[in-house]
Design a protein around this ligand. Structure first.
Ligand SMILES: Cc1cc2nc3c(=O)[nH]c(=O)nc-3n(C[C@H](O)[C@H](O)[C@H](O)COP(=O)(O)OP(=O)(O)OC[C@H]3O[C@@H](n4cnc5c(N)ncnc54)[C@H](O)[C@@H]3O)c2cc1C
Length: 344
């Protein structure tokens, strides 16, 4: 009989695992609390624009992921951002960066296409709007419940892919009387995260700059990153600009609960100073996104995670890979999906 496998989270790791499980003798159900897929690699649409307000692009830092993106998956609308990333320091001094030749991939319809195309190549059923609250150990497998205590069924194996603090919460509420549950939770809960508030700034005019983005290299500026979505084909209509300003982790923690208008006003002011263009202080529309768990600063102890597999429990994500990048999460998901396939 085919195994029933549950994947919690439809980000890059969850999508990679579903993709790797596509040919297995398994029925795969993905539970995702939000209304979309691709997690922190997120895209929004507004007033004719599309913008990636979480992860900006996927880099070619992993051979297997590179092959998948450029060959294995449908490449229609794949965008390789041509302009380089430059750098700036605490004084706002801008200089040329180091990665002019690196690939930086997204899609004309946004980076969420990555997960959409991975899931599209599988028979996995993606259940959006379902937040898992409690895994219960039962009959050599797991029974899952959502936040309304609805029974979502019994699964032979479960893969958890939420960011480490949310996975630690799930382990904390798990009904599993085993020493490993506490050990796992402790190993997962200590992983530190950086918080990032993203401000989206739209302008009804074009910007003439030689770079796609600027990144702060000394971690001593209120702005950590600012990028031009118009460098991605299909994202911004001609004659307009849309900037994504990611505020520094320190600034983001201090101002996390500020009103959106106050956040975008400061972001626009800082960006106008940095780019030495006073028009940028006055965007015609704005948007924000608060990423409390934006980037993991460490990886989890691999040995503890591996031991959970003996109990039909798997963990994947950028924090399991030890690198807070889309390609690392995807690679880790692919490998974890293969481990689930090989488990019998
Ligand atoms: C602002 C920002 C900029 C970034 N820039 C880049 C970049 O340019 N390039 C790059 O490579 N990486 C970048 N990253 C990092 C990259 O986004 C992540 O490393 C990667 O997307 C992580 O994928 P994941 O699948 O491990 O986790 P996630 O994408 O977080 O996926 C986990 C999923 O689980 C879901 N979930 C959580 N709890 C539950 C629950 N209880 N029940 C059901 N579902 C649940 C979440 O909604 C989410 O969809 C950036 C991240 C941020 C926040």
């Amino acid at each position: 009989m085919a195994d029933d496998i549950a994947i919690v989270g439809a980000g890059a790791a969850g999508a990679g695992a579903a993709y790797a499980l596509a040919d297995a003798d398994a029925s795969v159900t993905v539970f995702e609390k939000s209304g979309g897929v691709c997690g922190r690699a997120a895209t929004r649409r507004r007033e004719g624009c599309r913008y990636d307000h979480g992860a900006n692009y996927v880099k070619a830092d992993d051979e297997r992921v590179t092959e998948l993106v450029t060959d294995g998956l449908d490449t229609e609308g794949l965008v390789d951002i041509a302009e380089p990333v430059w750098v700036f320091d605490a004084d706002g001094e801008i200089s040329e960066g180091r990665d002019a030749d690196d690939h930086k991939w997204t899609y004309e319809t946004g980076i969420t296409q990555l997960a959409k195309r991975l899931f599209g190549a599988t028979d996995a059923s993606v259940e959006n709007g379902v937040r898992i609250s409690e895994p219960v150990r039962e009959n050599d497998g797991w029974r899952l419940y959502d936040t309304d205590h609805e029974d979502l069924g019994h699964f032979d194996a479960v893969l958890l892919t939420p960011p480490a603090p949310q996975t630690a919460d799930l382990l904390g509420s798990a009904n599993w009387e085993h020493r490993l549950c506490r050990e796992l939770r402790e190993a997962v809960a200590v992983i530190p995260y950086r918080t990032i508030v993203s401000a989206v700034l739209h302008y009804p005019f074009e910007l003439d700059q030689p770079y796609y983005a600027l990144v702060n290299t000394d971690d001593d500026h209120d702005v950590g990153w600012v990028s031009r979505e118009e460098c991605k084909d299909g994202h911004v209509p001609d004659g307009e600009s849309l900037l994504i300003a990611q505020m520094s982790p320190d600034w983001s923690v201090d101002h996390y609960d500020d009103a959106d208008g106050a956040i975008t006003a400061t972001a626009a002011e800082r960006v106008a100073e940095l780019l030495d263009d006073e028009r940028l202080a006055d965007p015609d529309w704005t948007d924000t996104q608060h990423w409390r768990y934006a980037l993991a600063d460490d990886g989890v102890d691999a040995g503890t995670v591996d031991r959970a597999a003996e109990h039909g429990l798997y963990l994947a994500g950028d924090w399991v890979a030890g690198e807070a990048r889309v390609h690392a999460a995807l690679r880790n998901g692919l490998e974890t999906g293969e481990r689930i396939t090989d488990r019998r």
